[in-house]
Design a protein around this ligand. Sequence first.
Ligand code: URP
Ligand code: ZN
Ligand code: ZN
Length: 472
Amino acid sequence: MKKIITNGIIVTASDTYEADICMENGVITQIGMNLSTDGAEVINADGCYLFPGGIDPHTHLDMPFGGTVTKDDFETGTIAAAFGGTTTVIDFCLTSKGKTLQSAIDTWHAKSEGKAVIDYSFHLQIVETNEEVLNELPKIMEKEGITSFKVFMAYKNVFQADDETLFRTLIAGKELGALVMVHAENGDVIDYLVKKALSEGNTEPIYHALTRPPEAEGEATGRAGTLTALADSQLYVVHVSCAEAARKIAEARSNGVDIWGETCPQYLVLDQTYLEKTGFEGAKYVWSPPLREKWNQEVLWNALKSGTLQTIGSDQCSFDFNGQKTLGKDDFSLIPNGGPIIEDRVSILFSEGVAKGRITLNQFVDLSSTRAAKLFGLYPKKGTIAVGADADIVIFDPSVERVISANTHHMAVDYNAFEGMKVTGEPVSVLSRGEFVIRNKQFVGRVGAGKYLKRVRYGKEKNVKEVDSIVL
Ligand code: URP
Ligand code: ZN
Ligand code: ZN
């Protein structure tokens, strides 16, 4: 059925204006003043902003990690994402040495099909670059529409790949038109520091941060940038947490390297002291890279504002405090790394960014949605409000004041990393391809309604890079 949203203020990455939005069969069909409402369901968005649905380019749903499996899966995770104003997630498909890429992707399809309530796609982890893998990559890109590869430079003996693998992945990315993503921390140095700390009897959660110093992130970021330049390829650095890494990205960008950076809400509002909380509570904030000294937050905000960093991911990787984080009660290195962030990503960026005057409304939309759509080959079907685009729309009330809490969140975990934080603004209703998923703060979506999205190649097809014009 035709729907028309009236009285809202449309905000895109470039414009802010009053107009009605008409949608039919899942896409936006008209935008204009006083559109005819004949035969349409009318949705009054008085006092609200209309944002393109958020795109979270960094999630780990139903992922085995740290001797356990993330608590949120594609059902609970995408419901929580929708409550938070996100209508697309791109999850990381993990691969294993010696197994085909296709088998890993099949596993991820099995985890997500029939469960997601919003649209989703996959990035593909690369752990080795032998002939089999390099032969399979173009076929996977064609068949699955996966156009981004992920390499971990940390988590020694688990996910970590060596520099040759990273370099060969960058070359493949260049040849095939895929964006290469890195978790940039020096895993070898961290492994040494972790063993040393434990041998000295230092087992508390704060040692997670102390054994993963910002220099280890800065060094790996710089190295990845240099290898990208050498391969004449393109790179996206996930979860940038500190000044050292942001500066390496700025430096590479100023040298013309095709490098992009993502940060996460947790690095913008929480700091290293959270890991010192008593009663093992610090374990709730153990993820990698770790939280940093507070002064880094201003550097990251400025990097977002100035364009050194371009996106906000959640790095959703949730574990219960009781029973999962507690696996590391006597040894910080056994605490599963990751946090529950997916639901609060958009709200924190709005409240701490826009409401506090650090970024503009249009920058907020770019950071939370548009830029990820462009970089990862979803634009302009996703990431904007335009005729022909999918009707993924967030009706956002900027006047609401509320407090984030595990008592009211929709993630499956037993704590919220932002517990007690006051935020301004809230997604009231969320539509995915023209259908309500959240209506007046209630879930009205359908489990399994989310579609798997095939994406276009980096730099090879229209509008994938930094192009602001809309061509449908
Ligand atoms: O601690 C984290 N970030 N867990 C998820 C895996 C990763 O490094 O992104
Ligand atoms: Zn990571
Ligand atoms: Zn991650």
